[in-house]
Every structure is written in structure tokens, then in C-alpha cells.
Design a protein around this ligand. Structure first.
Ligand SMILES: *Cc1c(COP(=O)(O)O)cnc(C)c1O
Length: 373
């Protein structure tokens, strides 16, 4: 029997919101206000609220949210920014493009997130910032990273592209992804948990002067039109995308809950399968499962087995950033960050999207169980 279980089914999601999203788009079309229409400001407020932040600054992509955040640091050549090598390329690419040098430290093999003690060991007089990435939808240990950064005068920028609405209990209080760093950066790439119909991103922050500066930077650095205090760029979110995202945001909590239910069912079924390690959830975290990522023995063979049976799966990420050719000049050798490298060899992400049906989920479990029998 072959079933069709895509890794992500955006068409299924569209069918559930068609009657809401199309009129919302038509409203923008009728207004003809395609740049900075009312929906952009509404979305900024709503996403800031979901992130426990005071301000949201919409921009053109998650990559630009990072880049604009780094631009506010005024990085000088040789300034270092510590981050994880087990993340999407943009995290480190934006550090470089803002004039900094990425410094990679190894990850926690349980959660795939940054390990604060390794961050501490990598701090030098040139370190300016730390970038925890809330990978796959669960937050990094901010309660350890924030005081460490404060002690050394470092800025924390949270890459929350995969973690919108994720939260973590710290001293008995729920803290959201993007709430604690100087800025938090979000992506609305279509495959993210809150996905636009194209590119989009947002920066969230508690800091009002910084929010104003970021608003200027996204429109060429000018507070007034044709008057420029500093040099920015053009990085806005289209009103049409804001309308799509506002419609979807109303469903985000229920979608995240559905992802968690799928994840719990997988973990229960796969825990006894020899060869599979289900993803560990730090008990302090409420995970939003941007990805449900197992460690798998003979990972590439399993991937082939699932693909043959019509089951979508993907390797995030096949090559750690410290070993990418573009960063060869940084001088990291193979084996230097062994947990990140092992994760690249073992990680496999399974379909966990909210519209996944019970039968589809069971088919994924059956195919994995069969492979290891
Ligand atoms: C998707 C992603 C980005 C970049 O977002 P884009 O909107 O694709 O530019 C940055 N960091 C991480 C961890 C991501 O997953």
C-alpha cells in the first residue's frame, strides 16, 4: 500500500481558510494600498503580542529581520557573534553580511539548541553578540544565556524563525520566543508555522527607540521621506502578505496544538523502535514543532524507504555551517563540533503539519516500524 503523506500540505491548509483569506486579500486589492497598508500595522501589533514583545517591525524576510538587527550593532571587522552551526544558513550569513564574524559552538545533543557553557567558553574581547536559534520550535535555555550575555556586555538576538509563539517557563513565568532578547527575528516563509504567500519577516523588541530605528532602517534610514540620517535599505512586508498572515494568525494556536498532538502520537509510537530516538522536549518548554525531528540509525536508508512509500521527509540540516565552503576561511576542521556534525548525519524530519490525518500519521509510523523490524 502506498499512501500520500507530504512533508507539508499547504493546499490542505488553504482549503480550511479559503473563505476567510480570499476576502481579506480582496480588501487590499480594493484599497490599492500595497505598501504599508493598515494590515501591516495590525499584523505588527498582533505578532508582537504573540511574542510577548511591545513592538513589531515587519520586513521582507526572516533573513532581513536578522540582517537589520545586526545592522543596529554597528559591527566592525573582526567583531565576533556566537551562534550555532546547526541551523538554517541565514543565521550565519546575516552575521557576515552585517560585517561580523560568526563563531560557532557545539549544540546540546538532546534539544539541538545552543549549550550556554560552550557559549561562555567561546567569549573573547571581540565578542559582541550571541544568537540563540530556537530550533525546530523549542526555545533555547534563555535563563542561562541572558545573564551570561549581561555579564559580558553582549547583545542577544533571538533567531525565532522556527518558533513563533513557542514558550518556556523561566522562574515560574511563561516567556515567549522573542521576548527576552534585544530583538527576536521571525520568518513568514511559506513553510514556517505562520507562512505567508511569499517571503516575509518581522523583528520584535521591547525597546521603543530601537523599534523606531528599525522602522527607519527598513525604509532607507529616513524618518521623513527624502531625509536620511543613516543608511538603511528597502525591506518591507507587502500589505497583501500582511492580510494573509493576519487571517492565518487567528488559527496559529490551534495549529500549534494540532502539531503537538501529532508529535505526541509519534513519540509514543516510536519510543520503543530500536534505531529511532524521538525528539527530546526540555520540560521547561512548550514546543511548537516547526519540525518533528528524530535521530535515526541508517538515516539515509530510512529516508529512501519512506520516500519509496510516498512519505515525505527531509534532512534539516545535512551539512553544519562551520564546514560550509563559504566559511572555510574561519578555519574549522571536520570533527571540531562533533555533536552538530552527528546531528547532520542522524536527523530526519517527519510530517507533523496540523492537517495531517490520523491515517497518514499511522502510515508514517508503520513504515518506520517496518524498516527497523
Ligand atoms: C527560515 C529561517 C531563516 C530565514 O528566514 P527567510 O524568511 O527564509 O529569510 C532564518 N533562520 C532560521 C533558523 C530559519 O529557519
Amino acid at each position: 500500500m502506498t499512501v500520500n503523506v507530504p512533508l507539508l500540505d499547504l493546499r490542505a491548509q488553504f482549503e480550511t481558510i479559503r473563505d476567510e483569506v480570499l476576502p481579506a486579500l480582496m480588501e487590499v486589492v480594493e484599497s490599492q494600498r500595497f505598501i504599508m497598508g493598515d494590515q501591516v500595522r495590525q499584523l505588527e501589533e498582533a505578532v508582537a503580542a504573540v511574542s510577548g514583545a511591545r513592538f513589531g517591525i515587519a520586513c521582507a524576510s526572516g533573513t532581513d529581520a536578522l540582517l537589520l538587527s545586526f545592522m543596529t550593532l554597528g559591527l566592525e571587522p573582526g567583531d565576533e557573534v556566537i551562534t550555532t552551526p546547526f541551523t538554517f544558513f541565514a543565521t550565519a550569513g546575516a552575521i557576515h553580511n552585517a560585517g561580523g564574524t560568526p563563531v560557532f559552538v557545539d549544540i546540546d545533543p538532546a534539544t539541538f539548541n545552543l549549550l550556554p557553557e560552550l557559549v561562555a567558553a567561546a567569549i573573547t574581547p571581540r565578542t559582541r553578540a550571541v544568537v540563540p536559534v530556537h530550533l525546530f520550535g523549542q526555545m533555547a535555555p534563555m535563563e542561562a544565556i541572558m545573564p551570561l550575555a549581561a555579564e559580558h556586555g553582549l547583545v542577544v538576538i533571538e533567531d525565532a524563525a522556527q518558533a513563533i509563539g513557542a514558550r518556556r517557563t523561566i522562574d515560574g513565568v511563561w516567556r515567549r520566543a522573542g521576548e527576552l532578547g534585544r530583538t527576536g527575528t521571525l520568518s513568514f516563509f511559506p513553510s514556517k508555522n505562520l507562512g505567508a504567500w511569499g517571503d516575509g519577516g518581522m523583528i520584535v523588541t521591547q525597546d521603543e527607540p530601537l523599534a523606531e530605528r528599525l522602522r527607519r532602517l527598513r525604509t532607507h534610514g529616513g524618518a521623513k521621506q527624502y531625509h536620511h540620517d543613516e543608511i538603511g535599505t528597502n525591506s518591507r512586508l507587502d500589505t497583501l502578505q500582511a492580510a494573509v498572515l493576519l487571517t492565518k494568525l487567528a488559527h496559529l494556536a490551534e495549529w500549534s496544538a494540532a502539531r503537538r498532538r501529532n508529535a505526541e502520537a509519534y513519540t509514543e509510537a516510536l519510543s520503543d523502535v530500536d534505531g529511532v530516538v524521538p525528539p527530546a522536549v526540555d520540560p521547561a518548554n512548550e514546543h511548537i514543532y516547526h519540525q518533528y525531528t528524530i535521530r535515526a540509525a541508517r538515516r539515509d536508508e530510512l529516508k529512501g524507504h519512506l520516500t519509496e512509500r510516498g512519505i515525505g521527509c527531509a534532512v534539516y540540516y545535512p551539512k553544519a555551517l562551520h564546514l560550509q565552503p563559504c566559511f572555510a576561511s574561519l578555519g574549522y576542521a571536520a570533527g571540531s563540533l562533533p555533536e552538530a556534525e552527528r546531528a547532520c548525519d542522524e536527523a530526519l524530519s517527519l510530517p507533523v503539519y496540523p492537517e495531517l490525518e490520523r491515517g497518514q500519521r499511522d502510515a508514517v509510523i508503520a513504515a518506520i516500524t517496518e524498516f527497523y523490524r
